[in-house]
Design a protein around this ligand. Structure first.
Ligand SMILES: [Fe+2]
Length: 388
């Protein structure tokens, strides 16, 4: 093979049928780009630019890294290196035995190095990206002489939409490489692409789910004449308190769902009771008091998390135990329920009701302050008053 490469480099007559077609075409591109086969001409990113590149490719790194580590277990201790590059051919990450790190640095196989065919000539990463097909580039098929002792096997990685988002490569000594290396890479890239597809599907389902929850809350707010936007207001106030409490993203998500759906049990209350302008009878009031229990049952059927179900069931409990439905007290009342009850009361007080005008924010804050310890968790009430 070496003499074929040499003839090509020296512009001598060459039997092109002996050189594999994608390799020959790549050599031609290299010649057009005037690549010097005897030096490494590819640019290298500065540490700052490399950090930006890693940040831009955080999603790819997150999905690909565990799979690269699995693959690395098979080559641990050998002279092979696994390389992840971005869609342009910039190296993002390498996994290799520390004994060959010095050699890799001399060959420029380090994060931030640019392995585009345009600068590094025919090579597995650059050529796979250019032809958008997995390829093994063996020994002297490399355009740069420094890589003649190497064989690289690389496959481009595609997004679920079909765009190239990166490239995975395994490279090592040419005399130790097998065609199976390319199979290993293709199979790992397939797993990475499937993982992206799963992530996308989960995101779409979450968006759909979130849209359905919004619709459910809207239906409820429409049913109750006096409480347009109440569910969304309670969610927003709860969210403000959650921010101050530094809840985790997962906790914040659960709290948002619970706050949005806290009154969902009212869906079973007849309009004649729910929207009655005059005073409710005792039995009507007892009926309304069932809504946290009904809501919790509905959410249990819909398989919401136990924390969300508990928050909905207990959002009318009082801190001193005089609430409903279970008359539990203090910290026995779940945190989400203690938050929602403050947000719920504040929104109810500051919005219009047929039987009274809305309170000003200051009046409602005064009321929350007076009812801390009795109705509300005093610590949460104090924090809430700093954020509204
Ligand atoms: Fe309620």
């Amino acid at each position: 093979m070496f003499h074929l490469w040499e003839k090509f480099i020296n512009n001598e007559e060459l039997n092109t049928s002996i050189v594999r077609e994608p390799i020959y075409e790549s050599w031609v591109r290299c010649k057009i780009c005037r690549i010097d086969p005897f030096s490494i001409t590819g640019p290298k990113l500065s540490p700052g630019d490399l950090n930006l590149l890693l940040r831009d490719n955080a999603g790819l790194l997150q999905v690909a890294t565990p799979m690269m580590e699995d693959l690395y277990q098979f080559i641990k201790g050998s002279r092979f290196v696994i390389i992840l590059a971005d869609r342009e051919g910039y190296i993002l990450k390498t996994l290799a035995n520390s004994a060959i790190k010095g050699y890799l640095t001399r060959c420029n196989v380090i994060p931030g190095a640019y392995f585009s065919e345009r600068y590094m000539g025919t090579n597995a990463i650059g050529t796979a990206l250019y032809i958008d097909t997995p390829i093994q580039v063996r020994g002297e098929e490399h355009y740069l002489k420094i890589f003649h002792s190497w064989t690289g096997s690389a496959a481009p990685i595609h997004s679920p939409e079909g765009d190239i988002i990166g490239c995975l490569c395994i490279a090592g000594p040419a005399d130790e490489t097998h065609i199976h290396n390319l199979g290993m890479i293709v199979s790992t890239v397939n797993s990475i692409e499937k993982q992206f597809l799963i992530k996308n599907t989960i995101k779409e389902l979450q968006e759909l789910n979130s849209g359905l929850l919004d619709t459910l809350a809207l239906v409820l707010d429409l049913k109750d004449n006096y409480t347009a936007n109440h569910s969304f207001n309670v969610m927003n106030y709860s969210n403000q308190l959650a921010e101050k409490l530094n809840l985790s993203p997962e906790q914040k998500k659960e709290l948002r769902y619970a706050a949005l759906l806290h009154d969902i049990g009212k869906i079973g209350i007849p309009d004649s009771i729910l929207n009655k302008p005059s005073r409710l009878t005792d039995s009507e009031y007892e009926f309304i008091k069932q809504h946290p229990v009904t809501g919790a049952k509905l959410l249990k059927k819909a398989r919401f998390s136990p924390a969300i179900i508990a928050a909905v069931r207990h959002h009318h409990e009082y801190f001193d135990g005089r609430g409903y439905p279970d008359q539990i007290t203090y910290k026995d009342i779940p945190l989400y329920a203690r938050i929602i009850t403050i947000a719920d009361s504040f929104d109810a007080m500051t919005t219009y009701r047929v039987y009274r005008p809305p309170m000003t924010k200051e009046e409602a804050k005064e009321e929350i302050w007076l009812c801390r310890r009795k109705q509300f968790d005093p610590e949460l009430a104090e924090i809430f008053l700093t954020c509204v």
